[in-house]
Design a protein around this ligand. Structure first.
Ligand SMILES: *Cc1c(COP(=O)(O)O)cnc(C)c1O
Length: 356
């Protein structure tokens, strides 16, 4: 079939496209689950870190995941429709008990007020702040709680920095909480703690980013890559030494260059911070077997890249995130983390679920 037979909303031939491999996520789950004696759950909040909860959660269930964490009741309701039998925790808590009750969603209760507002006959997780000072009942208050939670939980502030002193302080506070709730199951570990702190696994681990192939800690290899973001070259142009490329004339080329303009921009969720200037290199990209880099600013719908030394023509695909361009490398260039890049991916890049 000729390319012209495809609408631009088809993955084949799409100007920008995002391949997502739910089986790779499921394989990552199995690898993580094998690292612990605890039950392994999955954080699928924010639409499975932007990758599509509806497409991914059933694959996790198929490989044995029974427990899922989302942030919001709306996310829990959507997940319940997909997985009638799963245990679903609502990390941000619940403002409307009837909605949660109906769907069997279990809140993380993070304040005594929230506990008072939660019906006596419904299960809840007591989320205890052990030093992050984000969500969670303060430890002295937690020790006053007389209702029995189905689980106690806490969350690390610095698990991605294994030697940070706060980790041990939080673990010690959680041990104190544990002794007040004997025989109540406990959950503490995110991806980084699952990979580096076996003493914190307890009864349920809650990995998110590692499932999706993100790096949970700078010291750790990521698991299998599960996404690839690509876009097509729309035009290739010759640029003279010293000429600038793009908005703001932010970068001048230092040699006579061939510049490819590709159909991707910050409206696709590819951050503007990835651009290059005279002082800083643009983010790496992968074109026809070669790594090169962005030149000048990222616009809403377009980016420029240096293909002076690469055979590249109109219609070729460029990889912006994937096996050849690690998520974390782009995130570092952008001054952010892989989590933010994934959740920023927009719905403009056409999606396909299947092997990369
Ligand atoms: C997001 C989240 C997780 C998962 O964290 P990762 O670093 O992605 O593994 C676990 N627990 C809580 C409370 C979270 O908010």
């Amino acid at each position: 079939m000729a390319t012209s037979d495809f609408a631009e909303t088809d993955f084949e031939g799409a100007p920008s496209r995002l391949a997502i491999d739910p089986q790779a996520v499921a394989r990552n789950y199995k690898r993580l689950a094998a690292l612990t004696k605890a039950e392994c759950g999955a954080a699928v909040k924010a639409d499975a870190y932007g990758l599509g909860m509806a497409e991914i959660a059933p694959h996790l269930a198929k490989v044995g995941c029974r427990t899922f964490c989302v942030a919001l009741v709306s996310e829990g309701l959507a997940l319940r429709r997909l997985l009638p039998d799963a245990t679903i925790y609502i990390l941000n808590g619940v403002f409307d008990p009837p909605a949660a009750r109906e769907a069997g969603l279990i809140p993380f209760i993070s304040s005594l007020d929230a506990l008072d507002a939660w019906p006596d006959d419904l299960p809840f997780v007591l989320n205890i702040d052990t030093g992050m000072n984000r969500l969670g009942v303060a430890l002295p208050d937690a020790l006053q709680v007389t209702r029995r939670p189905v689980m106690i939980a806490s969350h690390f502030a610095c698990a991605d920095t294994p030697h940070h002193p706060l980790n041990a302080l939080q673990e010690s506070a959680f041990r104190a909480a544990r002794s007040a709730f004997k025989d109540v199951p406990a959950s503490f570990a995110n991806s980084a703690a699952l990979l580096t702190r076996p003493q914190s696994h307890y009864d349920l681990v809650r990995p998110g980013i590692a499932l999706y192939g993100g790096t949970a800690s700078p010291d750790l290899a990521p698991l299998e890559v599960a996404v690839r973001l690509e876009a097509r070259i729309v035009q290739v142009r010759e640029v003279e030494t010293g000429d600038s490329v793009g908005y703001g004339a932010a970068e001048r080329v230092r040699r006579a260059s061939r510049i490819a303009i590709a159909s991707l921009g910050y409206a696709d969720g590819y951050l503007r911070a990835a651009g290059g200037t005279n002082e800083t290199n643009g983010a790496p990209v992968f074109v026809n077997g070669h790594i090169t880099r962005l030149v000048g600013r990222v616009s809403m719908d377009l980016v420029a890249l240096d293909v002076t030394d690469i055979a590249a023509k109109r219609g070729d695909y460029v990889e912006f995130i994937g096996r050849n361009v690690p998520l974390e490398t782009v995130a570092q260039k952008d001054g952010t983390i892989g989590y933010e890049l994934l959740t920023d991916l927009s719905r403009r890049a056409v999606r396909r679920y299947g092997p990369l």
